[in-house]
Ligand binder design. Structure first.
Ligand code: F0G
Length: 355
């Protein structure tokens, strides 16, 4: 039987693969677009969730990394480098391992989730924890790539943007046209740039008749685009999007303005509530940064900005197991401690109120 071939082969017509022999893939892409009955009824719209946590390393970064690493190999690179809040580094480490080259990853010390750090360790990346934030890491990565023979795989590398646009194309493929509105998290703003490119190219190519309104959300403590100024000390539980000076800031504004869209902010409590809501109502467990799409949907609905009956797609960017500790934290801030019982059916039945 045929299996999904990864985005470079599945989307070869829009990615222009130059040399099939250098394709580095782990079978990324082809993630499900899941209809949420609960979110649909809460908002009077048709709400579908693009679950990017089901990519090989657990986030959407794999779509861009297969292209960036394949191109790096084509050009003879022996090492790739990136700055990361954890997911880009996990993807870079895995694809470098698959390609047999070295990954160098710079992460803000103490500020990335344990699961993500573990991924970079097991895949054999050279990890440097920087005493600074993501924005500092990105500056250093760019300088390393300018001065030394290492190939930069952050989203300032257009190969990343190209790969990530395939998620928008898959949404159109499933729905038969673009949605009315697309909602997603915004951190360094590479992904919203990718989706806007994907949706725009599909309209030009005639595979969609329209483009969606692009709706982005930042964490309230790390919302430079919303505030209109660089945030020097960004802070949020959504560590993946703890970014104060996004590289693709202008492109995010372009996506918003050309689409008649919106970029807003959600506080940490709202992010964590949305994480739990999506998991308990729809069966999809995502990391806090991803849950901001759900919180954003509810915020836009409360603002009266979601016309009844419209089709709304949400990108949830990373798997909840990336940062599982949040799942064990209850809404009141206490830890979830499941009850214990002896190995005794009668006792268990009584405890459950069945007997
Ligand atoms: N969601 C998750 C789970 C992410 O890891 C990121 C970015 C975003 C959303 C935002 O995407 O930066 O393209 O606007 N993570 C980067 C990283 C910064 O290093 O893993 P963006």
């Amino acid at each position: 039987a045929n299996q999904w071939q990864g985005v470079l082969r599945e989307w070869a017509d829009v990615l222009d693969v130059t040399d099939a022999s250098t394709v580095v893939t782990l079978g990324e892409g082809g993630t499900p677009l899941i209809e949420s009955r609960a979110l649909s009824s809460m908002t009077d719209a048709r709400v579908l969730v693009k679950f990017e946590g089901l990519n090989p390393t657990g986030s959407f970064k794999d779509r861009g990394m297969t292209v960036a690493v394949s191109r790096a190999i084509e050009r003879g690179a022996k090492a790739i480098a990136c700055a990361s809040t954890g997911n880009t580094s996990a993807a870079a480490a895995a694809y470098a391992a698959a390609a047999g080259i070295q990954a160098i990853v710079l992460v803000p010390e103490g500020r990335i989730s344990m699961g993500k750090l573990a991924q970079s360790v097991v895949h054999g990346a050279r990890i440097v924890q920087i005493r600074g934030n993501f924005d500092d890491c990105l500056d250093i990565s760019k300088e390393l790539a300018e001065q030394y023979p290492v190939h930069l795989v952050n989203s300032v590398n257009d190969d990343r943007i190209e790969g990530q646009k395939t998620a928008a194309l898959e949404i159109i493929d499933v729905l038969g046209d673009a949605p009315d509105m697309h909602i997603m998290p915004v951190g360094n703003a590479g992904n919203i740039t990718s989706y806007w490119r994907g949706f725009s190219q599909a309209e030009t190519a005639g595979t969609a008749t329209r483009r969606p309104r692009m709706i982005g959300f930042q964490a309230a403590g790390a919302a430079p685009i919303v505030r209109g100024e660089i945030v020097r000390d960004p802070d949020t539980v959504a560590t993946a999007i703890r970014i104060g000076n996004p590289a693709s800031w202008q492109q995010a504004l372009a996506a918003r303005d050309e689409s008649g869209g919106y970029i807003g902010a959600i506080d940490d409590a709202g992010i964590l509530r949305a994480q739990r809501l999506l998991a308990s109502s729809t069966g999809v467990f995502v990391e806090p940064a991803s849950a901001i799409s759900v919180a954003g949907l509810l915020e836009r609905h409360a603002a009266g900005e979601i016309p009844a009956g419209s089709t709304v797609t949400l990108t949830v960017t990373g798997h909840g197991l990336k940062d599982a500790a949040w799942g064990l934290r209850l809404e009141d801030g206490s830890d979830a401690t499941p009850e214990s019982a002896d190995a005794d059916t009668a006792q268990v039945a009584q405890m459950l109120g069945l007997a």
